[in-house]
Design a protein around this ligand. Sequence first.
Ligand SMILES: [Fe+2]
Ligand SMILES: [Fe+2]
Length: 302
Amino acid sequence: MQTQIPERIKKVSLKEIQSQLARSPSLPSLGSINKALQNLLVMEQRYTAQIAEIIRRDPSLTARLLRLVNSVYYGLTNPVNSIEEAVFYLGVREIRQLVVVTPVIEDFQRLARQCDFPWREFWQHCIGTALLTREITSAVQPPGDEAEYVAGLVHDIGKLVMAWAFPDHFAEIHRQAAETKRDLIEIENEILGMDHAELGALYLERHRLPEMMIKTARFHHQPEKADKFERVVASAQIADLLLRSEKIGCSGNYAEVTREQCMAASGWKVLLTDTQEMERVIVQASLSHKLQAIPRMLEGLV
Ligand SMILES: [Fe+2]
Ligand SMILES: [Fe+2]
């Protein structure tokens, strides 16, 4: 089913897209992420008290941390009020991810403000994808820093960029997506002439952000086409599908995704060879487990 596109909304050319992107604000948090990650890696060797000291300097991070720990450990008789205690409960890895996510979300919010969209559920989709991308990649390759997490976090950045650069197109696309439940990529190509994956990649390229983020944004709906970082890209595809199939958060893509589709995703072929059937079963089982824990974590984060 295709609905009528209002007269004033026309496809835009690549040139118009480029000129809009030239004016797009950068996300300072993404630019500084590499440095932040390095500081955080050093942080791991420090004591809880010192980690707490760093967190305390940032009020929005402090608030988010306490909210997170209290929602994850919902059963605690006394709510956690001190940062030291929160660090103890959550562990350094969770803290690192939280430190990365906080400024990114705040920047994202500034970029998206003008459009009507379930943004809170969208951040949940992004953070959930980040968590699962990291989980999937670390099951098939030795764990690195948090770069995969960040790549997952920004996989759908093209939607934000679209909301900022082409708000009328964005509104029409999402009106149709909700109404028809057709695949979002198709609708975006029909109405704007470009989908969010390509738009996001162009944006990240323009702002000279790391290649892993660019490849993840560009190929997360077709990881078999990625020529680099293909495992991270494949993990982001699977993560995105799993969250959509479980209806966790909102990606703005309302086309139904079944569990079977997740398990048959093209990304699995990128991650594991046909002979690694056993590994696949193990990874999928551990993912199901992780998925159950995600909604509560997300409640605490955004
Ligand atoms: Fe996407
Ligand atoms: Fe997504």
